[in-house]
Design a protein around this ligand. Structure first.
Ligand SMILES: CC(C)(COP(=O)(O)OP(=O)(O)OC[C@H]1O[C@@H](n2cnc3c(N)ncnc32)[C@H](O)[C@@H]1OP(=O)(O)O)[C@@H](O)C(=O)NCCC(=O)NCCS
Length: 329
């Protein structure tokens, strides 16, 4: 019996800018300590995109160009490029359009998808549908965020958490049972009050008043978000494992969104896997929002082999969250 067409991750690549913002430098900017940041979040440093007129697309272009080189892909063969971001270069055109143009994906349609920290997973599952239906054969999914553009470096509760970066995957069809096997995507708009950016959209367009009130920066109720994130991420991981009859021994790696090392610890514990089976790079990159999961896959790529079972999981503003079961090919 022929197996259904699955979308498989045929390649992954990442990019982080050169500048490293360390906890020591943050100690000079806000009332905090390396010890507090390390014990509460697990973060030691994060990369920041510096320079005038440098938007998220700059990092996305690096990641996608690297992906094409690595996978020997002709950009003209790409059918679709989806860019997950909450920090687009500008409201319109889409940052996905800008990236596709710059990398020479002239035959692709492209757009942005906004699901905050869950953006990459939402975009990857969306891209997979186009492969599974046969509509597209080569899809690029790029998760990119320049969080430094919306973080208030006077607010110690948020500025310690976030960094800038991009990660991209190439999705292609697979007919031997590997690739994205199953997924759960969820959302709850009631989360708006705990994590949002008040101004700069159509409800409160930019004005002197919104800028003076610092409404263009990310607002977060950290404790409230932490609790929901832990519960929802573990819930969907358990759901995906249960319905695919997977035990902790079957899993090569859990690939979680990198929001807080303490969240990763709980997710691992509840899934019954040791931390050696949890991809983590939060110490080096912080929370890069839509880029965390592809950056993890990129960093751990050399440890992965064909047939490895991965559980991806994420949580973000919205609230948005989800999980996917992937067999690495
Ligand atoms: C933000 C976060 C690290 C804060 O950690 P926490 O353990 O919840 O800390 P709290 O908010 O309870 O604050 C504890 C104390 O530390 C203080 N504090 C906050 N940030 C601090 C910092 N950078 N340095 C030193 N002290 C700090 C607080 O003011 C508070 O002081 P108080 O007790 O005198 O009032 C944590 O809540 C978190 O990671 N939340 C989830 C984030 C997340 O997942 N976001 C994105 C979803 S994608």
């Amino acid at each position: 019996m022929t197996k259904p067409i699955r979308a498989t991750i045929a390649g992954v690549h990442g990019y982080v800018p050169d500048y490293i913002l360390t906890n020591a430098e943050l100690e000079k900017m806000v009332d905090t300590t390396d010890e507090w940041i390390t014990t509460r979040t697990g973060i030691k440093e994060r990369h920041i995109l510096k320079g005038k007129n440098q938007g998220s697309s700059v990092m996305g272009i690096h990641a996608v160009q690297g992906l094409f080189e690595k996978t020997n892909t002709d950009p003209r063969d790409i059918d679709l490029l989806i860019c997950a971001t909450i920090t687009p270069d500008m409201p319109t055109p889409a940052t996905g359009n800008i990236i596709a143009h710059a990398v020479g994906a002239v035959n692709a349609f492209s757009y942005d998808l906004q699901a905050a920290c869950s953006g990459f997973l939402y975009a990857m599952i969306t891209g997979a549908q186009f492969i599974e239906t046969g509509k597209c054969r080569k899809v690029v999914v790029v998760g990119v965020d320049k969080m430094s553009s919306i973080v208030d470096y006077k607010d110690r509760t948020t500025c310690i958490l976030f960094g800038d970066g991009a990660g991209a995957v190439l999705l292609t069809p697979n007919e031997v049972g590997q690739g994205i096997i199953d997924s759960v995507l969820r959302g709850d708009g009631a989360g708006e009050k705990h994590l949002h950016q008040k101004a700069g959209g159509s409800r409160r367009p930019s004005s002197y008043a919104t800028i003076n009130a610092k409404e263009h920066y990310l607002y977060q109720n950290g404790q409230a978000v932490f609790k929901v994130a832990v519960n929802k991420m573990t819930e969907v991981v358990e759901e995906i494992m249960h319905r695919n009859h997977l035990s902790s021994d079957d899993i090569a790696f859990i690939v979680p969104h990198q929001a807080n090392k303490r969240i990763l610890d709980v997710v691992a514990q509840r899934a019954g896997v040791g931390m050696d089976k949890v991809m983590a790079n939060i110490d080096k990159y912080g929370n890069t929002t839509a880029a965390t999961i592809p950056l993890c896959l990129w960093q751990y790529e050399s440890q992965l082999k064909s047939g490895d079972r991965l559980i991806l999981t994420t949580f973000g503003s919205g609230f948005t969250w989800g999980s996917a079961y992937v067999i690495w090919s």
